[in-house]
Every structure is written in C-alpha cells, then in structure tokens.
Design a protein. Sequence first.
Length: 316
Amino acid sequence: MTIAVLGATGLVGRYLVEALAEQRSERLIGTFRHRPPYDVPQIDWMQCDLRQTDAAKPVLEKADCAVLCAGQLATSSVLQHDPVTPIVDTLRIVTNVLEAAAAVRVPRFVLVSSCTVYPALSRPAVESDAMTGEPQGQWFGVGSMHRYGEQQLRWYVERLQRIGSGIVLRPTLVYGRYDDFSPQTGHFVPTLISKVVDRVRPIEIWGNGEQSRNLLHGADLAQAVLAALDADLPTYATFNVVSPDDVTVNRIVRELVDLDGFIDADIRHDLARGGGPSTLAVSGSAFGAATGWKARTGLREGLSDAVAWYRQANKS
C-alpha cells in the first residue's frame, strides 16, 4: 500500500511521516511547498502548491490512502492582521485535494480537521455537535471552513461514492517539535516556548491567562492516525482526538519557566486583549472506544521535548 501525506513538512505531517516510517512498511509519498523535505526511509517527495487546482492529482494517482495535514495557520495573532487569507487558502487546499481524490477515486482518505467546528456548549462537545449551532466567537470563520471540508468529504464518500472511505479527525490544540515558533504567526504554546528560551522580557499574555485549552502532542496525534487506519470503522466517521491535559495558559507559562530555569521571568497580562473563549471542552471517548487509542505524552514531557528541540534548532 502507498500512503500519501499531504503537508508532510508541517507539524502534524512530520510526526505522522516519522511514525509511519518507524512502525509501518508502506511506501510513502510526502508533499511540501516551502519547508524543505527531510531524510526518511521509504518516502518519495513531491513539491507542489496545493492551493493550485491540479496540484494534488499527480500525488493521489499513486496513492491507496491519503492523509491531508496541509493548511495555513489561522492563529489568533494571524487573524488579527488578516482574518481572510489563511482561511480561504486552507479552504482552497482542502477543496482541491478532495476534488483530486474523488477524480482518481482514492480508496481511503483521512482528513485532519479541527475542534473549532464546535459551538459554545455547557458540556464537553461530542462529534454530532458539529452539526448544530455555529462555531464560537473568533473561530467562526475557521470553524465554518472546517465544517465545509468535512461535509465535502462526506459527500464524496457517502453520496457520490467517489472516495472509498473517509475518516475525519478533530484534534484539539496540537503542539510539539516542528511547530511555528514565531510570535507573529504561531499558536500561543510555541510562541511562549520561544519567548521563554529567548529570555524575552516581559512575556505578555493576552487576557487573564485562565483560558483553558486541551493540549495534544504531535506524536500522539500521529499515533491516532495510525490507530484510525488500523481500526474497523464505518465508511465515513468523525472523531475527536483529545488528551487528558486541559490546562490554563497560566499553568503552561509556569511549566515552561520552570523547565527552562527562567526563574526571574517578567510575566504580564494584557487584559485589554482577548485571549479567546474561556474554554473548549471536548469529549474523546468515541475515538478511544472505536480504536483503543489514548494519548501517551504528558504535558511536562511534551513541553520539555519541545523546549529542548527549539533550543537546539536555534543554536547560533
């Protein structure tokens, strides 16, 4: 079997390629645009811009299974400056790749989606909640885009029967090595890591820091994809992929300054800037029951690994 990983040089894609290379014997195809490819056994690299209409078809013609990890970052800081381009670019990528997959009739397709599809709820979100209400607050655009991508895959699988089977995985906030650590474009976890390691003063936190997020390590998400590929699942299925780590921003900051010995860090809260919804609780019980998967990487272990990797990668 040949597995195509679209977006193989990003955070999720790289962890997935490494897991597939270490644990499986399938031939791999990896796509990249700007980030350079890396050395992994049994992989063929293809450079392409998936925002272009016909870019994915030559990749998928050779694949028995495709995993779509590609997309533009739509972090709070990015959306503050440009609320449209990253969402529209990701929509183009998803639409183009799914159209190509349907054209060549890919047997299996895994779409890495997002928990931003969920409306505001007073309980942990379950998979069917993505069909109710609307994505909350600042996530309306990105969540609506992911909803559309999921339904497009469902349409090709269930109604048109042009893709053999489809699995949608909705991870929570993924972090780890290979992330975007830029304060201008990255999510808050890699941004905090870079500020702690680089000894930035002060370290500014948007809001009061009591916002709660579920952190999922990239290695655990890669194992979730493998578990989904190995499980006996319905022809089309959606699953949340969740870790046990619901933590506040303040706790993450405390862990990071402790891990890196930044004992005199100057941490300030900017109450004039919103830190996003106070919480997004998500249930991962359905995926655990269907596959037996569970997250293995503890918060401190995952943060420590990311800190060490960032420090090594940025040695002058």
